[in-house]
Design a binder for this molecule. Structure first.
Ligand SMILES: *Cc1c(COP(=O)(O)O)cnc(C)c1O
Length: 213
């Protein structure tokens, strides 16, 4: 992988034993998409792990991960950001976040339109929040075999990232992360400048979403 790019092992639905195997092989960044599942794994696993939250986050669940989460990739509203800030204050810490941008325009995906993200960054409400830091952008590509479409979506996210960095973060170096790429499309994402790839099934095998949990 290019220098400066980090691999997040997406361990959602997988048992702690599987995560521990990856941990013993040296992996320290794990991604989860359910707040309680992440909290439960955090409680029993070594404390030098960085926990990345990558799923849709409901405001009433923020409290479960606020004490320890290292990066929330999926901020998709000002409302959610306010709640994260509130819980960060309670925990006496600053929580790093990414804004999730809707790059695929598929019904099932979450994320903000470009203009909404820009509105958030230029608004007073954001400026007043002292316990969150926006460190970059995240996007989920379309599920498609069309590499050119995927490339366009990631290139668009990179352009938006560069624009925001130039316009709103020119004096700070915290705005530096571009989270894009999963098992199926990480190569394209890396070519387009991803700094955080989120890989699940290629590491842990296919997930079983059956009824057994
Ligand atoms: C599950 C998930 C991944 C990992 O997907 P794989 O295809 O298993 O690599 C990455 N990002 C998000 C947001 C996810 O929900």
């Amino acid at each position: 992988m290019p220098r400066g790019t980090r691999l997040i092992a997406v361990s959602k639905t997988k048992p702690v034993e599987d995560l521990m195997q990856a941990y013993q092989a040296g992996q320290r960044l794990f991604g989860e998409n359910k707040a309680l599942e992440m909290r439960d794994k955090y409680l029993v696993m070594p404390k030098d792990i960085q926990w990345h939250f990558i799923g849709h986050l409901q405001t009433n669940k923020v409290k479960y991960i606020a004490p320890f989460v290292s990066l929330i990739h999926s901020v998709d509203s000002l409302h959610l950001l306010k709640e994260i800030n509130k819980e960060a204050v309670k925990n006496g810490r600053c929580i790093d976040c990414l804004l999730q941008i809707d790059i695929a325009h598929e019904q099932t995906k979450f994320g903000m339109e470009d203009a909404l993200a820009e509105e958030l960054l230029t608004g007073d409400a954001y400026r007043e929040m002292k316990n969150i830091r926006i460190c970059g952008l995240m996007g989920i590509g379309s599920i498609t075999d069309d590499r050119e479409q995927t490339r366009r979506e990631f290139a668009h996210l990179k352009d938006l990232f560069d624009k925001f960095k130039h316009l709103y973060f020119s004096e700070e170096d915290c705005f530096s992360e571009l989270s894009m790429g999963m098992s199926e499309d990480y190569e394209t994402a890396l070519q387009q400048g991803s700094t955080l790839v989120r890989i699940g099934s290629s590491i842990f095998g296919a997930r079983d979403y059956g009824t057994a949990h």
